[in-house]
Design a protein around this ligand. Sequence first.
Ligand SMILES: Cc1ncc(COP(=O)(O)O)c(C=O)c1O
Length: 390
Amino acid sequence: MNFDKLFHRKGLGSKKWDEVQLHTGVNADDALPMWVADMDFQPPACVIDTARRITEAGDFGYFCRMEAFYASVAWWQETRHGWTIDPRWCLTTFGLGNAIAITLQTFSQPGDAVAFFTPVYLEFQMKTERNGRVARHLPLAKEGGKYVLDWDAYDALMTGAEKILIISSPHNPAGRVWTRDELRAIADFCIKHDLLLISDEIHNDLVHPGHAHIPMAVACPDILDRLIMMNSASKTFNLAGLRTGNVIIPDEALRRRFAHAISALDMQPNLYGVRMTEAAYSPEGAAWVDGLCAYLAGNAKVMADGIARIPGLTFMPMESTYLAWIDFAGTGMTADEFTARVRDDARIGASPGAPFGTGGETSLRFNIGTQRARVVDAVERLQSAFKDLQ
Ligand SMILES: Cc1ncc(COP(=O)(O)O)c(C=O)c1O
């Protein structure tokens, strides 16, 4: 796979490219979209060939063989993450945002609180609030330039109204890969405060060389009775438009409640999502992901090195994902000032940090899941936009 080959998505109805102005305010023909979390890569040939075969056969009727799909999910978890699952534990949703919303509705009541470590994927808060629950921010601390869990602070922030904790593992927006000890501490916190734990592991495959993701169910098998595991092929293989998420619930009582919720909504997966995910979860898909992770680590290095040359900007070291988290606090500028420079001078559509919750206010998130040439371009644009600081 040649990850350097430019993929031109503008005009194809890509939200990232065609709505960059709408969502980030960048108004320029050469806008560089680095906001929403999808990549500028086509998936591996095995996935595209599967879509082509379905299309050519022209059979879009009701379909069967879901057991083959669930077996592929189990195979992927076993071979890539060392997690042995029973395929019968798997349920399918319209992506993981949908899975989180269903979990909130099924396992909590309006007015209950939902906790998460901030800054974090902004939809945790939005889904919580849209569903009439209360967001409880548990701010991360920084140690050695990286986010760490701040256990001295969290107990005092809990009010007793919290019913659910959601984690992003690995962590969006900063790419932390939580260690076994950190996962253990999170599990103990859930036991102590009697919380259901949603472990959102959508970024689990995008771990840079030298780091290893541990599924929560592997790290802490003693909390399966309060654990909802979520993952999918959507970030890994750039299939977000297929709207297909895996919800894996080992505990039978929890699984029954979730299954009832999706059956009450008559949610049934779509043909392309199931078949293309199954094709991705294969040895060919695995080889492609290995190449991708090495490439993303290369992009992270280019971005980190470039940002290091701009005084006042701090790049958080990335252990995973294609989401770079850059703190502008050292510039002494307000968020409006540094955001305007990125938007109007660099013409980069980045994600503002404040919606990621407490601690995100002075940062912007840049999606570097793109061709290296575009990352180099982004670095040059930022260096130019902040040249008075250099
Ligand atoms: C941590 C996390 N969870 C969930 C999602 C959304 O997933 P989906 O597109 O499957 O709804 C994202 C997308 O960026 C994400 O980063």
